[in-house]
Write a protein that binds this ligand. Structure first.
Ligand code: PMP
Length: 441
C-alpha cells in the first residue's frame, strides 16, 4: 500500500517536494509525538510539522475546541472580519507577547504561511520608514516567496528570484562552529555586530540607510545556529540608535520551542516587528505580525489577501498559546533539550562524525563532519552530507522521523513536540545510537 501511494503521488505532484522523498512514511494517524504510517509502523516524530505542533499531534484540548467550533456553526472563514475566535486569539496572543509588545502591539493577520508574514514585515518596514534596503544574515531562512527568498542566506534560493527583488545587504551570522571570522563565539557575535555598526555609520559603505534588519535568534533551517545573547543585544542597540527597524523572525523559535516563550526573551530584546507562524496556529495555517502601534503606517487595503486568519487556526492557536504558558512547556522544552543534547554528546564521544551538538530548548542540531577531511581556510572540517543522509534513513528505519538542514544538508535537526515524554526522549536517543551503529558498520 505504501509503495502504491508513493508511486501514484510521485506522478501527480511537483518535483519540488522534499519530505515526501526523504521521509517516505505516508502518515495516516497521529497522537502526541507518535505517527502511524500507511505501512502500519509507529514513528517517533522529531519534526512535528517542521516545528508547528508544539502540543504534538491531536492534543485532546485542541481537538475538543475545534470540534466545538465546528458544531457551533461558526463561519470557517470570515476574511479579516471580527469573529469571537479572532477576539479570543488576539487577547491570548497580546497577553503573551514579549517586552513592550505585550498587551499593546498592533496585530496584522497575514497568511497563511510564515513566508507571507515575512513578506508583510518587509513591506511594513519599507512603508513605515520610506526606505527600501534590508540587512539580512548569512545562513538565514525566511521563506520561499520572492522577498523572503531574497533575504534568505542560501545562494541557491536567491539565484532563483534574482538578486534585486529586495535590495539586501548580507552580514555574517555568528556561527561559532564554522566561524566566518575564524574566531568562534562570542567574538563572532561582536564582529558581526561591529560590521553592522560600521556599515550604518560609514556613508562610504554605499548601502544607504536600510529600512530594517531581519534575523532569527536561532537559525533553524540554517542548521540550528544560535546567535549569542550579547550579539542580539548589540544588534538591538545599534538598530535603535540608527533608527533602523529590527524584525525578528520567530516563525520557528516561537511559542516555547527554545526554552523561553519567545527566543528573543532570553537576551531581553524586543523587536519592532515580530514575525510569527507555525506553532502560533496550533498546527493549522496562521501567520501574524505584532509591531509597535506607531509603525502602523498602512492604509486600508495596502496589504490584504483572502486568507488572513482562519477561524479554526485561531482556536487551535489560542489553546496552544494558553497551554504552553500555563503548563510552562517552555521550561520543559529547556529541560528536555538539555537532556537530549547531553545524550547526543555521549554518542558524539564515540562518533567523530558528530562535529558539534548544539541548540536551545527543543531545537537541537548535530553538525555532521568528515573527521578525516582537510580543514578549510577557517579551520573547519568538511561537511558530511552523504553520512547525514544515510543517518536520516537509518533513523527512519529505527522508527524515528527527523530532518537535515544547514551547510550542505549535513546538520541533523530535531524539533520534537514540547509534550515529548521522558520515555520518548530516551527512545529518541536509543534509536539514534542504534542508527549510528548501523551506518558505521
Ligand atoms: N521563517 C523561519 C525562521 C522558518 O523556519 C520558516 C519555515 N521553516 C519560514 C520563515 C517560512 O515559513 P513557511 O514555510 O510557513 O512559509
Amino acid at each position: 500500500l505504501l509503495d502504491q501511494l508513493l508511486t501514484r503521488q510521485e506522478r501527480r505532484e511537483s518535483a519540488a517536494r522534499t519530505y515526501a522523498r526523504t521521509l517516505p512514511v505516508a502518515p495516516v494517524r497521529a497522537a502526541g509525538a507518535q505517527v502511524v504510517g500507511a505501512d502500519g509502523r509507529t514513528y517517533l516524530d522529531c519534526l512535528s510539522g517542521a516545528g508547528t505542533l508544539a502540543l504534538g499531534h491531536n492534543h485532546p484540548e485542541v481537538v475538543a475546541a475545534l470540534q466545538a467550533d465546528l458544531a457551533s456553526g461558526v463561519p470557517l472563514h470570515a476574511l479579516d472580519m471580527i469573529t469571537p475566535q479572532k477576539d479570543a486569539f488576539s487577547e491570548e496572543l497580546l497577553a503573551r507577547l514579549p517586552g513592550a509588545l505585550r498587551g499593546d502591539a498592533r496585530l496584522h493577520f497575514c497568511g497563511p504561511a510564515g513566508t507571507d508574514a515575512v513578506e508583510a514585515a518587509l513591506k511594513l518596514a519599507q512603508t513605515a520608514t520610506g526606505r527600501r534596503g534590508i540587512v539580512a544574515f548569512t545562513g538565514a531562512y525566511h521563506g520561499m516567496t520572492l522577498g523572503a527568498s531574497a533575504v534568505s542566506g542560501p545562494a541557491r534560493m536567491r539565484s532563483m528570484v534574482g538578486a534585486d527583488s529586495v535590495p539586501v545587504t548580507r552580514i555574517p551570522y555568528p556561527y561559532s562552529y564554522r566561524c566566518p571570522f575564524g574566531t568562534g563565539a562570542p567574538q563572532s557575535g561582536e564582529l558581526s555586530a561591529r560590521l553592522l555598526e560600521s556599515m550604518l555609520t560609514d556613508p562610504s559603505s554605499g548601502i544607504g540607510k536600510p529600512a530594517a534588519v531581519i534575523l532569527e535568534v536561532v537559525q533553524g533551517e540554517g542548521g540550528v545556529v544560535e546567535g549569542p545573547d550579547s550579539w542580539l543585544r548589540e544588534i538591538r542597540r545599534i538598530t535603535a540608535q540608527h533608527d533602523v527597524l529590527l524584525i525578528i523572525d520567530e516563525v520557528q523559535t516561537g511559542v516555547g520551542r527554545t526554552g523561553h516563550f519567545w527566543a528573543c526573551e532570553q537576551a531581553g530584546v524586543t523587536p519592532d516587528i515580530l514575525v510569527m507562524s507555525k506553532a502560533v496556529g496550533g498546527g493549522l495555517p496562521l501567520a501574524v505580525l505584532a509591531y509597535l502601534p506607531d509603525l502602523d503606517s498602512w492604509l486600508p487595503g495596502d496589504h490584504t489577501g483572502t486568507f488572513r486568519g482562519n477561524t479554526l487556526a485561531m482556536t487551535a492557536g489560542r489553546i496552544t498559546l494558553r497551554t504552553v504558558a500555563e503548563q510552562r512547556l517552555d521550561r520543559r522544552a529547556g529541560q528536555l533539550g538539555a537532556r537530549l543534547r547531553q545524550g547526543l554528546s555521549e554518542i558524539a564521544l564515540e562518533q567523530p562524525q558528530f562535529g558539534e551538538v548544539r541548540g536551545r530548548g527543543l531545537m537541537t542540531g548535530v553538525e555532521l563532519v568528515d573527521p578525516d577531511g582537510d580543514l578549510d581556510r577557517l579551520g573547519s572540517l568538511p561537511a558530511a552530507p552523504a553520512f547525514a543522509a544515510a543517518l536520516r534513513s537509518a533513523c527512519l528505519e529505527q522508527g524515528l522521523m527527523l530532518e537535515l538542514g544547514g551547510r550542505e544538508d549535513s546538520v541533523l535537526r530535531l524539533l520534537p513536540p514540547l509534550v515529548l515524554s521522558d520515555a520518548e526522549l530516551d527512545a529518541v536517543l536509543e534509536r539514534i545510537a542504534t542508527a549510528v551503529r548501523s551506518v558505521k558498520s
